[in-house]
Design a protein around this ligand. Structure first.
Ligand code: HXC
Length: 258
């Protein structure tokens, strides 16, 4: 598939997807989200990929769903086609680690896609918001659900009800982003983190991601019991044997990633 709205490349074990609709500040039109889902499916099945970085331009990670496309939608077509379930959710369903590297605007669906990633590294120019209320709708790709889990009810209400933006510092204080870096260093910081993650055992990294995501679904005692069972099962992997042997032998571990 030749992509028109995203750029895709591979560096070692890291896959990089760059949203690329500069004329619309990377607004998430159907073509873009379809290409994004396709690129993610390919990285998911590619055994050489251990982590993905999702990024945009300096000015915009993504300024939201494409309002010009959304404008003419009606309830029945949205309900029947459910494009969000088909394409957008591929980010949330992606099983390997995925980092959002955000510079500039991450608004509406852009903020929601960033939150579907495992963590967000922000440039100091990043601006996050859920301005859907200004358009007479509310967030529709997880904003009302992921934002209060990521920050707080108070801030989620503030952002979703007023439609205001928050800058990178406020987003870091609130816990939405894991770190802030200078704008020029954004991609290299995200690549460093991704390369580090991709050098670990892939199945163990995937199970770690799954376990942390489970904490949002399960009660504490059930979650801890589930964690322990998965931890125990990791002793059936070659990577556990290799990781612990390497420590005992004072050498670097060489994970097989399977
Ligand atoms: C379509 C968009 C767009 C969007 C920007 N553009 N955002 N097109 N959908 N979400 C287009 C503009 O129309 C314009 O094209 C070009 O990009 C540049 O944008 P400007 O507005 O001229 O830039 P600027 O003045 O710098 O303002 C930047 C901005 C503003 C503050 C980000 O563009 C803005 O408010 N955009 C909308 C943000 C938003 O409401 N997002 C939520 C969308 S709803 P032309 O052709 O005019 O030059 C959503 C729901 C998700 O995300 C639900 C999913 C289920």
């Amino acid at each position: 598939m030749g992509y028109k709205t995203i750029q895709v490349k591979t560096e070692g074990r890291v896959g990089v997807i760059t949203l690329d609709r500069p004329e619309a500040l990377n607004a998430l039109c159907d073509a873009l989200t379809t290409e994004l889902a396709d690129a993610l499916a390919k990285f998911e099945s590619d055994g050489e990929i251990g982590c993905v970085v999702l990024t945009g331009s300096k000015k915009a990670f993504a300024a939201g769903a494409d309002i010009k496309e959304l404008q003419s939608q009606d309830f029945v077509s949205l309900y029947m086609d459910d494009p969000f379930e088909k394409t957008w959710e591929s980010v949330a369903r992606f099983r390997k680690p995925i980092i959002a590297a955000v510079s500039g605007y991450a608004l509406g669906g852009g903020c929601e896609i960033a939150m579907m990633c495992d963590f967000i590294i922000a440039s100091e120019t990043a601006k996050f918001g859920q301005p859907e209320i200004n358009l007479g709708v509310m967030p529709g790709a997880g904003g009302t659900q992921r934002l209060p889990r990521a920050i707080s009810k108070a801030k989620a209400m503030d952002l979703c009800l007023t439609g205001r933006m928050m800058d990178a510092k406020e987003a870091e204080r609130a816990g939405l982003v894991s770190r802030i870096v200078p704008a020029d260093d954004l991609l290299s910081a995200a690549m460093d983190a991704a390369e580090t993650i991709a050098s670990k055992s892939l199945p163990i990294a995937m199970m770690t991601k799954e376990a942390i995501n489970r904490s949002f679904e399960l009660g504490l005692s059930e979650g801890v019991r589930w964690e322990r069972r998965v931890f125990q099962s990791q002793f059936a992997t070659e990577d556990q044997s290799e990781g612990m042997a390497a420590f005992a032998e004072k050498r670097a571990a060489h994970f097989k990633h399977k």
